[in-house]
Design a protein around this ligand. Structure first.
Ligand code: GMT
Length: 384
């Protein structure tokens, strides 16, 4: 199939999922055309089956807000038409599904049509989607998509509860590349961070408020009083400076290291003992899955789709949002030498259920269904 993939290229889990999906589909022989405003971060190599089309917006003094939606729709029209795409898959409802609708209308006027699949990732529904000025357009754009997927049952239900959606929503979970994310022998690295055999706790995110990084730091501060340990924080974003201040105020800055954005996450995860994800909202928790693939148990909040990934008492534990006492208690239980190796093993076993090969096949099957349905009443339609 010839598939156009639209995503946020630089920031957040939705872009990572979209890029990894495109790469995996290309390996299976599909022709993948990424349409974004910048080269996706995990797309830094040549592949005969991958193309990248940059969306450019001309600057003009009138444009206080450059019309990205329109430029994106224009680029979609161009790529669909000249690359003869079979399907557009847009990740994150706003504004991608809206631009896809516009592109479809323009193409129809030119005697062309294309099915659009929209994948809902989380904050497009749970946070941005709650903005009253965006609500009608999100509802409309989802309903106009030919296929809709959500990354967890919880996100699917939240979408149904919060919007008037009359399209069926298919759940296709996030996935992990088990060939890339596995426990590597990085003992020298562990000795460098934890010279006295301390336990290593890790958190990774884009440092937005929704991630509750203050809870990560407070939980760590309490664990450290009982078990010698270190904390590594991967990522960067609006909360970084406040969080650095917090570690200084708590007097634990010597044991906390902010390592910024890191491409080779698997190297750090390979030496970690526990992953913390106390988010306010989390539709799936891709970073937690990547940690589990590296045999790292997870202490998370029980919000959103996290309970569909992290099995309470098996791969880690789930606590109420902001329940630091409970998280500390459970983290200490997992870190106990008598329990740790069992949790690590079970975290890996659970991660295997989200193997990239399995989930990518689910997307392929879904594409087939959407195209077949779309083609039913059309005289000309590309073969899948
Ligand atoms: O929070 C992020 O990491 C970014 C955000 C996004 O929308 O790009 O991630 C969402 O999508 C990921 C991929 O599907 C999910 O694994 C995350 O749980 C989800 N984040 C939230 O719901 C807060």
């Amino acid at each position: 199939m010839k598939i156009g993939i639209v995503c946020y290229p630089t920031f957040g889990g939705s872009g990572v999922v979209a890029t990894e999906l495109g790469k995996a589909l290309a390996q299976k022989g599909h022709q993948i055309h990424f349409i974004t405003y910048a080269q996706p971060i995990r797309l830094d190599f040549f592949s005969e089956n991958i193309w990248y089309h940059e969306v450019n917006i001309s600057s003009y003094p009138l444009f206080q807000y450059p019309p990205y939606e329109s430029a994106l729709a224009g680029k979609m029209v161009d790529v669909v038409k000249y690359e003869k795409l079979d399907l557009l898959h847009v990740h994150y409802a706003i504004p991608h599904a809206t631009s896809a609708f516009l592109a479809k209308q323009i193409l129809k006027q030119q005697g062309l049509d294309i099915p659009v699949v929209t994948t809902l990732h989380g904050t497009d529904i749970t946070i941005v989607g709650k903005d009253p000025s965006l609500r009608p357009i999100i509802t409309f754009s989802i309903n106009e998509s030919d296929g809709v997927t959500a990354v967890s049952n919880d996100l699917r239900q939240e979408t149904i509860d919060a919007f008037s959606i009359h399209k069926p929503i298919e759940v296709i979970y996030n996935f992990v590349d088990l060939e890339r994310f596995y426990k590597q022998e990085k003992e020298h690295f562990k000795r460098f961070i934890c010279p006295n055999g301390e336990k290593l706790l890790v958190h990774a995110s884009n440092f937005r408020k929704v991630k509750r990084i203050g809870d990560v730091i407070r939980v760590f501060a309490r664990i450290r009083e009982v078990v010698p340990s270190k904390l590594l924080l991967i990522g960067d974003g609006e909360e970084r400076q406040n969080m650095e201040l917090l570690t200084r105020q708590l007097g634990i800055d010597e044991d906390v290291r902010f390592i910024g954005k890191l491409e080779a996450m698997e190297e750090v995860l390979s030496v970690a003992d526990l992953f913390l994800m106390p988010s306010e909202k989390e539709s799936f928790g891709l970073a937690a899955l990547e940690a589990m693939a590296c045999q790292v148990p997870v202490i998370s909040s029980n919000t959103g789709g996290l309970s569909e990934l992290n099995i309470n008492g098996v791969t880690g534990f789930l606590s109420g949002i902001g329940d630091i006492d409970d998280m500390v208690k459970k983290a200490l239980y997992v870190l106990d030498e008598a329990n740790l190796s069992g949790f690590k093993q079970r975290a890996l076993e659970r991660a295997r259920e989200f193997d990239m090969q399995v989930i990518v096949s689910q997307y392929e099957t879904y594409y087939q269904q959407v195209v077949e349905q779309f083609c039913k009443n059309k005289t000309t339609c590309s073969k899948v």
